[in-house]
Design a protein around this ligand. Sequence first.
Ligand code: PEP
Ligand code: MG
Length: 315
Amino acid sequence: RREAALAGGTGKGCTKDGYPVALLANIGTVEDARRAAAQPVEGVGLFRTEFLFLDRDTMPTLEEQTATYTEVFSAFGERRVVVRTLDAGADKPLKFADLGPEENPALGRRGLRLGMIRTDVLDTQLQALAAAYHATGADVRVMAPMVATQAEAVWFAERVRALGLPKVGVMIEVPSAAIRSRGILYHVDFASLGTNDLQQYTMAADRMQGELASLLDPWEPALLDVIAMACEGGHTMGKPIGVCGEAGGNPGLALVLVGLGVTSLSMAPSKVAAVRTVLAAHTREQCQQFAAAARAATSAGEAKRAVLAIADPIL
Ligand code: PEP
Ligand code: MG
């Protein structure tokens, strides 16, 4: 078992004592989908759909979107594909749905907020996803970006379910959604932690601004506390809560995240083998110890050192 783990392995992700943690791919294009599907991943944990919408003067048609989604779903056969609806606005403006300049775009009408204003854009995308789902019978799960309140989750879930899509979720990337994940998860089937934005908003530090990098170290104990809170809500509701931000692809942090209670990790496909290996070398209880050690630290650097000091040297 250990030798297989050291070689990277190909089966399902799990800890040394057999606790399953799905290892999934982040993709952003049809080409990404083809490449990732050839890898030993359990599916897609984040399909970013922005590539269809950005840099064009008109909205992609229902037919064009349906064809693209059908292609992506087909590539993964029976493996799950978690699709995120359009996450535009802020730094990713849409030419055909420009809402005008904003003082603080990262705090503005982005993600689902834009979809709630331009319902024509969101509904066309959902209809295309439903058509591709009905055509392929794939394991499709649809989630919304930038959900901040329970009301938004309810609004989105009703629209998705009305089209016969079987599973609906939300991204947890705004601290309010992490803090109140229990109420949000009551209304949806799953959640996925977008640790990139969750950290930006927890630390009030623009993720695009390189000088603030020290505030954006994903080992930051405050971020881990917020993630722990979100996981508690998932646990209480008995609903899966994954990670699809960059933190999930960092082997040491992946162990901490599993210890905090996340049930799946989605990352660039190139990172899956290393995460699979470290996961197979540690028990779930050890992961919980790592999480406790990291949260007891007073800085990101200290958290990382504390975990490395007690983990298997493989890490
Ligand atoms: C995130 O915020 O962590 C995330 C996965 O979404 P994006 O990086 O596309 O904002
Ligand atoms: Mg995000």
